[in-house]
Design a binder for this molecule. Structure first.
Ligand code: MIC
Ligand code: SF4
Length: 638
């Protein structure tokens, strides 16, 4: 049987299960990445597993999210991560060196490997033909310890690319076109595999930018084949020896196919406040924009910086526009400098920031009240920029340049002929710290903000939960556990960060949940989309949330709920959503036994009324739920 590329990589890493869409499989993980905002918990979790060293081909601890140092908390966390890396055999990437996904692609990614990262944009690595997936920190800690990663085997959605991109149209427009067609839940349960004659002309950087935002479709991963472009990229990085050709077999089938004609694509923009609210920029020219930011894991590469710089060449920003540039990596900044792009940016009036996530996660760069901001970032969920009622638009560097020059959303095709980006100059000033031998004696440096991991109780036989909050469709983890410069520094302190759960939707949530524990939350479709942050599961659990009931769940969040012992229940009849409300008590008699016996259909009683529910969970998930979380289960088995 001819195989597609996803099937090949899955088969080569299969440790348990049968690789059929929807059935649980366990995959061996070759590489892991963590970043500081999720990495402190992952590090504490790894520590709790009691090993002396990581058991992967390579594991990297990046610092890129919590860069502001307004007090001791973030720098303490960085120091903690550096000492953990030295102790347990990880690479360490210090603050300012760049964003995890950009750096991992440049320095470690290799075709055919598996990568698990505690960040939802880990699929960025698919640009190098690796099966790269986002997961909660605990799953990544387990992978660092050599355990396989358990997931529901994805189906494969083939995206056939034909034609060629026109001038001023870029990779962001390809993925925005897919988001327009499929929506933020359209990729759920799929790996997106790109194939067809349009693939050849795309560079690895462009491919990675497309894979990056596959996360916004809810996909498990995204993949490109490994070909001449891949080889050229790896050779330029001095890593030609890891190259190998990889592609789907001739005649391989896909579970579903979408076709995109690149020639017909035009510059697109995602409107506030969801990445799938996509429209041609040509229709939005009346939107005034005061802030433009080029950067992020999916929009801050050398090619992005140079596309911007060359478009600005000899021109000036429109009056009143602030243009910020956040290089995706120190390397990208150095290369743009060596190619004279940095000078062009400065001359046009851009401000250059350090490499890191910055405004993408609300770590500074918040827009002014009532003004629109245009960003080459992957996400624009409400309030994520740090400003309440924000209006954030997403685009590629081409639209960003045209808009910065016009002061309103503008079509880059009106800028005249587009200059080609020169090949990246061969400069690589990385500051990566390699693992050291004999880390056992290294002291772990813990700041006062790093709280011990909370103890979670096992599931009780009967459960009666009070519904504390009812929310709508597509609730993001940014709604559940907000980020931003005030809250992110609390990532290594669960009791402190839990005060902010659902803060924007119900400022009283934390108190109410604690008072009425055990508590329940009711949600709509695609509950928990967005980031991989496990705090969106652990912090509610800490407050006493025991059950979440929704029309459907996003993949990573559902796995995180299970890992921290919150039972994720799906409404058997979505119409029941309408009569559920806050204050009701959901009674589940014999829940623990039903879970352990593998029951898929459960019936709760809510004010005398039967509520049919579905628990889609593997036998392993069920044991985790009964134990009150994965750490409890692992501890009891040691
Ligand atoms: C994001 O883009 O939402 C983040 C911040 O990178 C998160 C991780 C986090 O919350 O720490 C993600 O994508 O998983
Ligand atoms: Fe950082 Fe933004 Fe990328 Fe998340 S999406 S890793 S916050 S740059």
């Amino acid at each position: 049987m001819p195989q597609n590329l996803a099937q090949k990589i899955i088969a080569a890493h299969l440790r348990e299960g049968v690789a059929q869409p929807g059935s649980e499989i366990a995959l061996a993980i070759d590489q892991t990445l963590t970043q500081d905002a999720t990495g402190t918990l992952a590090a504490l979790e790894f520590e709790a597993l009691g090993l002396s060293r990581v058991r992967t081909e390579v594991s990297v601890s990046y610092v890129d999210h919590n860069l502001l140092q307004t007090d001791f908390k973030n720098p303490d966390d960085h120091r903690f991560l550096r000492s953990m890396a030295a102790r347990y055999g990880l690479w360490y990437s210090p603050p300012g060196n760049g964003i995890c996904h950009q750096l991992h692609l440049l320095n470690f990614g290799r075709p055919g490997a598996t990568l698990l990262g505690s960040d939802s944009h880990t699929p960025h690595g698919g640009g190098l033909a690796m099966l790269a997936m986002g997961a909660g920190g605990l799953d990544v800690a387990a992978a660092m310890a050599g355990y396989p990663f358990f997931l529901s085997c994805p189906a494969v959605l083939g995206v056939r690319l034909i034609g060629q991109l026109s001038p001023w149209v870029g990779p962001k427009d390809i993925i925005l076109e897919l988001l327009r067609r499929l929506s933020v839940k359209g990729g759920l349960g799929y790996v997106l595999e790109y194939f067809g004659p349009g693939v050849e002309g795309l560079s690895v950087t462009q491919r990675a930018a497309i894979c990056n935002m596959g996360a916004e479709l809810g996909a498990t991963a995204s993949l490109f084949p490994s070909d001449g472009q891949t080889r050229a990229f790896l050779e330029a990085q001095g890593r030609g020896q890891v190259w190998l050709p990889l592609a789907a077999d001739a005649g391989a089938a896909y579970d579903r196919v979408e076709e995109i004609d690149l020639t017909g694509l035009e510059p697109l923009v995602a409107c506030p406040s969801s990445p799938d609210k996509v429209r041609p920029v040509a229709e939005l020219k009346d939107v005034a924009v005061e802030q433009v930011i080029v950067g992020s894991c999916g929009g801050g590469a050398y090619e992005d910086l140079m596309t911007l710089a060359l478009a600005l060449k000899g021109r000036k920003l429109a009056p009143g526009v602030n243009l910020y540039v956040n290089p995706g990596s120190r390397q990208a900044l150095a290369q743009a400098a060596a190619a004279s792009g940095l000078m062009l940016l400065l001359e046009a009036g851009a401000s250059i920031f350090q490499s890191g996530c910055l405004g993408c996660i609300g770590m500074s760069q918040a827009p002014a009240t009532g003004t629109a901001s245009l960003r080459t970032f992957p996400r624009n969920f409400p309030g994520r920029s740090g400003t309440k009622g924000d209006a954030v638009y997403l685009c590629g560097p081409e639209v960003a340049a045209a808009t910065a020059l016009a002061g309103h959303l503008a079509d880059p095709r009106e800028l005249g002929p587009q200059a080609a980006v020169p090949p990246a100059p061969p400069v690589r000033p990385e500051a990566l710290v390699p693992p050291v031998a004999g880390g056992a004696g290294v002291e772990i440096l813990r700041g006062p903000n790093i709280a011990p991991f909370p103890q979670l109780a096992a599931l009780t036989e009967d459960v009666a939960c009070t519904v504390v909050l009812k929310v709508g469709d597509n609730i993001t983890t940014d709604h559940i556990m907000p980020a931003g410069s005030q809250i992110l520094p609390l990532r290594s302190n669960v009791p402190a960060i839990s005060r902010h759960v659902f803060a924007a939707l119900d400022p009283e949530f934390a108190g109410k949940a604690q008072q009425s524990a055990p508590a329940a939350v009711v949600g709509g479709e695609n509950y928990g989309q967005g980031s991989s942050r496990e705090h969106a599961a652990l912090a509610p659990r800490y407050l006493g949330v025991q059950v979440k009931i929704a029309k459907s769940f996003a993949r990573i969040h559902k796995a995180n709920l299970v890992n921290f012992g919150i039972v994720p229940l799906v409404l058997a009849d979505p119409a029941d959503y309408d009569w559920l409300e806050a204050g009701q008590v959901v009674e589940l008699k014999g829940l623990r036994q039903a879970i352990l016996e593998g029951e898929e259909r459960l019936t709760a009683t809510v004010q005398g009324r039967a509520l049919p529910l579905i628990l889609k969970a593997s036998q392993r998930d069920r044991q985790i739920l009964a134990a009150g979380g994965l750490l409890n289960l692992i501890r009891s088995s040691l």
